[in-house]
Design a protein around this ligand. Structure first.
Ligand SMILES: Nc1nonc1C(=O)NC1CCNCC1
Length: 245
């Protein structure tokens, strides 16, 4: 996967993109990242990339010209732009399904804004507007890093053989089941016996039940969008009875 990032603060990416799993993906050449500072493309003699909004109002807006020119450069360098993602609170809420969708792409281009907002004409150049959530950040960079992290880990070969994205929370539509590692007892806290039994069928059943229970208890909203199996529906009735409902 090739990722292009348009940002006024390229150095913000030095840490997160070169550590841990994303860093390994770069080393294994499963991923290539280029960062373009769109301040280098402004036609303003004062190197400005923002200006006052027409019609008045507080704050400054990111101008279209530096972004258009930077996108032209990416297009020239890479031959295409791939999915052009604008980080914006008005965008589609980012979640695991969006990460799974983006992981299928060959090329992603992120536009990280700053200031109060964007000149509306920038939106004519994007394929996707994505929001990290209903809060206001100082810029799009942290949002881009989160999306890149959640997306790149899904690329084939990135997580390696010891880990799998398959059972992650949300990958199954449900929250992940409780997990334990050694020792079997720590300060009187015991690992559930079934996990020590070696009975893989019982372990799989326990995990499926606990995943459903945890989802019901913490994120019942996720259940609304799922088609539960007959077994899950039977378990859910038990879980609700045990919850006193
Ligand atoms: N939430 C968000 N998800 O993506 N971007 C978000 C965001 O808050 N962007 C800021 C909006 C105000 N201008 C600076 C950037």
């Amino acid at each position: 996967m090739k990722i292009d990032i348009l940002s006024l603060f390229p150095e913000m990416f030095a840490g997160p993109l070169h550590q841990s799993i994303v860093g390994k993906a770069l080393e294994k050449e499963l991923l290539q990242v280029d960062i373009t500072n769109y301040r280098d493309f402004t036609e303003s003699r004062q190197h400005h990339v923002d200006d006052y909004p027409y019609g008045g109002g507080a704050g400054m807006l990111l101008q279209a010209q530096p972004i258009f020119a930077a996108l032209d450069q990416v297009q020239q360098n890479s031959g295409d732009l791939g999915r052009v993602i604008l980080l914006d609170p008005a965008g589609r809420q980012f979640n695991q399904a969006v990460a799974t969708e983006l992981a299928k792409e060959q090329h992603l281009t992120f536009i990280c804004g700053h200031y109060e907002g964007y000149d509306e004409r920038i939106r004519t150049q994007v394929t996707d507007e994505i929001s990290l959530g209903d809060y206001v950040l100082t810029g799009g960079e942290l949002g881009a890093m989160v999306i890149i992290d959640a997306t790149v880990r899904l690329l084939p070969g990135v997580l390696g053989n010891t880990a799998s994205a398959g059972d992650d929370s949300f990958s199954t539509g449900l929250l992940e089941y409780p997990q334990y590692t050694r020792p079997a007892v720590y300060r009187g806290l015991k690992v559930p016996d079934v996990l020590l039994s070696g009975n893989h069928q019982k372990i799989a059943q326990w995990r499926a039940y606990e995943s459903l229970k945890r989802t019901y208890q913490r994120r019942p909203d996720l259940l609304a969008g799922l088609k539960l199996t007959a077994q899950q529906q039977a378990w859910l009735r038990i879980i609700k009875q045990q919850s006193g409902i």
